[in-house]
Design a protein around this ligand. Structure first.
Ligand SMILES: O=C(O)C(=O)C[C@]1(C(=O)O)C=C[C@@H](O)C=C1
Length: 383
C-alpha cells in the first residue's frame, strides 16, 4: 500500500504528543524520587538500578529495536538525573567556589602585579604579559614548572604560560603540568606571532649553517627551515635564549628564529622577516593565579577530568554540553603517566558564568565524574 507522507507525519505527531505526555509523567515521578533521596541522604545516581532498567526496556523492545531503545533510555535517564539534581537542590561545591570568586574578585583586572614568565627578556610570554598588565614586574624562570610553583607558593601573584599555537598545536608540557599543580586561569590572550631570522650584523643568509630556536617556533617554521640548504637546527629553551646565544656567540654562521623585539633587545639584524609557515600564526597564553578570580564578562570556563573506562563515557559528558547548549571550544586529552591507557581530558567551554546552564552543568558533573577539577572562568584578550 502506498503511504501518504502527510498521513505518516500526522501519526508521528500524534505518537510524539503521547511520548511528551508520558515523559512529563516520568519526570514528575523522578522529582518525587529526588525529594525522597535528598531527605534520606541518597545520591542521585544509582548505576545498578539504571543497568537493570536498561536491560528490561531492551528486552521489552525486542531484538531489532533493543539497541535503539536502550540509547533513547540512556538519554532519558541522563536528562532525568539532571532534573533530579535541580529539584533536589543538589549544591555543587564547584559552583559555590565560583560564587565566592564572583563576590570577592574586584571589578577591574589588576594593572600592576608580580608576574612569573618562563624564559628571559624578549620571550613571547613577556609580550603576552605586557598585553594583559599595564605595568607588570616580571620574574623570569627557567622552566614552566617553576612558573606554576612561583604562583602556587605566592611568590608571584600571576603566571603566564603558552597553551596552544594555531600552527603547531597544543603545548603538551603545560597540559601535563596542570595535573601536578593547583592554580586557576584568570585570563587568556591570543597573540599574533611573527618569527624572524636574526643574525649578527654582517652575517648573510648564505653564511648561515646553524639555526637556534624553541621547539614550537621550529615547528611553526618547518617548511621555511626545510628550504634552507645544509643547515643544522638546534632546539633551545625559548626564542629569546636563541637570540641571546647568537648575539653572544663568536661564530658568524649562526642565526636565531625569534621575535623582532629580540632583534632589538640583543642587537641582531633581521636577515628575513615573517618566516613562519602560516601568516595567521597565533599563540594562546593563559594567565594563572593561586585562587580563583573571576572578572566581569568572563565567558570561558576550563575543566579537566578523568573519565571511566566505559563505552560512551566521553559521549556522556559531551551530550551534557549539547543538552545545555554550551559550546565546546577545545577538547584536549593527555595520557596519565602512571595509568595505562587512561587519559585526562581538558575542556574549554564557552558560556557566561552567570548563565543558569553553568550551575546545572556543575551539579551534574560533580555527581558523575570520577575526578573533576575546575580550572577557572575568564575572558580572552586578542592582540
Ligand atoms: O530509581 C531511582 O533511584 C531514580 O532516581 C530514578 C532513575 C530513573 O530516572 O529511572 C534516575 C536516576 C538513577 O540513577 C536511577 C533511576
Amino acid at each position: 500500500m502506498e503511504h501518504n507522507l502527510n498521513d505518516l507525519r500526522e501519526r508521528i505527531d500524534h505518537i510524539d504528543s503521547q511520548l511528551v505526555d508520558l515523559l512529563k509523567q516520568r519526570m514528575a515521578v523522578s522529582r518525587d524520587v529526588a525529594l525522597y533521596k535528598r531527605k534520606n541522604g541518597l545520591p542521585t545516581l544509582d548505576a545498578g538500578r539504571e543497568r537493570v532498567l536498561l536491560a528490561k526496556v531492551g528486552a521489552e523492545a525486542g531484538e531489532e529495536l533493543a539497541d535503539y531503545t536502550e540509547s533513547v533510555f540512556r538519554a532519558i535517564l541522563a536528562v532525568g538525573r539532571s532534573y533530579q539534581n535541580q529539584c533536589g537542590g543538589v549544591k555543587s561545591q564547584i559552583y559555590e567556589t565560583i560564587r565566592t570568586a564572583l563576590a570577592e574578585t574586584p571589578a577591574l583586572f589588576p594593572q600592576r602585579a608580580t608576574v612569573a614568565c618562563q624564559g628571559i627578556e624578549g620571550a613571547y610570554s613577556q609580550m603576552a604579559c605586557d598585553s594583559i598588565f599595564k605595568s607588570p614586574t616580571i620574574l623570569y624562570f627557567d622552566t614552566f614548572d617553576h612558573v606554576f610553583k612561583a604562583v602556587e607558593s605566592g611568590m608571584c601573584q600571576y603566571g603566564i604560560l603558552p597553551i596552544e599555537n594555531s600552527t603547531a598545536g597544543s603545548v603538551n608540557a603545560i597540559y601535563d603540568l596542570m595535573i601536578q599543580h593547583n592554580f586557576s586561569i584568570v585570563r587568556s590572550v591570543r597573540l599574533k606571532v611573527s618569527h624572524n631570522l636574526l643574525a649578527k650584523h654582517g652575517t648573510k643568509l648564505g653564511d648561515i649553517r646553524e639555526v637556534f630556536s624553541h621547539e614550537q617556533a621550529i615547528s611553526q617554521c618547518a617548511y621555511y627551515l626545510a628550504g634552507m640548504k645544509n643547515i643544522k637546527v638546534t632546539m633551545v629553551e625559548n626564542t629569546a635564549v636563541a637570540a641571546r646565544m647568537v648575539a653572544q656567540s663568536d661564530r658568524t654562521d649562526v642565526a636565531a628564529i625569534s621575535s623582532r623585539f629580540c632583534g632589538e633587545e640583543y642587537g641582531l639584524n633581521l636577515v628575513q622577516t615573517n618566516v613562519q609557515d602560516q601568516d595567521n600564526n597565533y599563540t594562546r597564553f593563559i594567565c594563572i593565579s593561586k585562587i580563583p578570580e573571576i572578572y566581569p564578562g568572563a565567558d570561558r570556563t576550563s575543566l579537566m577530568m578523568t573519565l571511566p573506562h566505559r563505552p560512551g563515557s566521553l559521549y556522556h559528558v559531551l551530550s551534557k554540553f549539547y543538552a545545555l547548549g554550551i559550546n565546546l571550544r577545545k577538547l584536549e586529552s593527555r595520557p596519565l603517566p602512571d595509568r595505562e591507557f587512561e587519559f585526562m581530558f581538558y575542556f574549554d567551554l564557552e558560556c557566561s558564568v552567570y548563565a543558569p546552564e553553568m550551575e546545572r552543568l556543575f551539579q551534574d558533573l560533580d555527581e558523575e565524574s570520577e575526578y573533576f577539577r575546575y580550572l577557572g572562568t575568564y575572558n580572552e584578550v586578542i592582540c
